[in-house]
Design a protein around this ligand. Structure first.
Ligand code: ZN
Ligand code: ZN
Length: 336
């Protein structure tokens, strides 16, 4: 299928509309991103600011007292991707569960709504033009999930709906030379996937080549290094929406993972083994940050990156291996 001229022009116009991301966006004007309603009744900005902590770099602080159970803010993913085993039962765009798959045989993906379909098509057009067989096979064989998010981001960048540097603000993982060589191998497959089909279409290439050029090996490795320590495994909470929102419990009964996602603002929350906030997913990949207990104005909000029920040694091991830091939270200092 060839891309129509109108589509290409739309891509070109999208390029000029790309928003510039700045940290102060979140410190001063952050708004719940999910509110798609009228702009006349603007939602209150969330009661948080991003600032520097004494010892853990950036952190998120309360700008007013927050009550236990309060929804602090929601956040849309910068990029997400469904788990491969649920591709036909969750929305390919927002990861909402869908009972009746409406994906066509040719597409093999489904959407929960016309809105998700429309938003996804902005970059799915590019995805379907490339030949992913080798890349997908490699990731499946090696049981890799994060490269699928890079694949989606690559398609979003080429389509002009995301900037190539959209994850740059996140902290990258330290990579071993072994990790880097594997990523280089994956990058070769990604590059080939596009080279085989997309770039052979001159019409598309003309409009997209400038975006494609930024997808270098360094870009791929840099994105994956950030996804590695900032990706959230999304488990949709099972239960009634109101119950979940009013509950301040740290653990909600969750189904198996529907996918993974990376967010910007939620990634600024530091870790604590006895957190005062947590992140839940109810309908789809939109993250909901909730207070677990009363929080004072100025207090740092922290979430637990791992299973808080593990013992101290197990937690330290997981945090060190997965996130590259030693936890000095009160619980760990007291040997709990
Ligand atoms: Zn959806
Ligand atoms: Zn700790």
């Amino acid at each position: 299928m060839r891309v129509s001229l109108s589509h290409s022009l739309r891509l070109a116009s999208l390029l000029t509309k790309q928003k510039t991301f700045r940290l102060h966006h979140f410190t001063t004007t952050a708004t719940p991103e999910h509110s798609s309603g009228s702009t006349r009744d603007r939602p209150e900005p969330p009661p948080i600011r991003v600032g520097l902590t004494d010892s853990a770099g950036r952190g998120v602080f309360a700008t007013r007292p927050i009550g236990a159970g309060e929804l602090i803010h929601t956040a849309k993913p910068a990029v997400c991707y469904p788990s491969l085993n649920v591709l036909d039962t969750v929305c390919y765009y927002c990861l909402r569960r869908i009972s009746n798959s409406n994906g066509s045989e040719a597409q093999r993906v489904s959407f929960c709504s016309e809105d998700c379909k429309r938003r996804c098509m902005e970059f799915y057009d590019v995805e379907t033009k490339a030949d992913w067989a080798a890349f997908d096979d490699y990731c499946r064989t090696h049981d890799l999930k994060y490269p699928f998010m890079v694949k989606r981001l690559a398609c979003m960048v080429i389509s002009g709906v995301a900037r190539s540097d959209s994850l740059d603000i996140l902290q990258p993982a330290n990579l071993t030379s072994q990790m880097i060589s594997r990523m280089e191998e994956e990058y070769g497959l990604l590059r080939n996937a596009f080279r085989k089909t997309l770039i052979s279409d001159e019409h598309v290439a003309y409009y997209l080549s400038s975006n494609f050029q930024v997808l270098t090996k360094q870009w791929y490795i840099g994105v994956l290094a950030r996804i590695r320590i900032n990706a959230f495994r999304i488990e949709l909470a099972a239960g009634l929406y109101e119950d979940l929102l009013s509950s301040a419990a740290a653990s909600v009964e969750a189904e198996a993972a529907v996918g993974h996602a990376v967010y910007i603002l939620p990634s600024f929350y530091n870790h604590d083994c006895d957190p005062n906030a947590h992140i839940i997913w109810i309908d789809n990949a939109d993250a909901k940050l909730k207070a677990l207990r009363d929080v004072d104005e100025g207090e740092e909000l922290r979430i637990c990156y791992i299973d808080a029920s593990l013992d101290r040694d197990a937690r330290q091991e997981l945090l060190s291996r997965g996130f590259g830091f030693q936890c000095n939270c009160n619980r760990c200092l007291h040997g709990d």
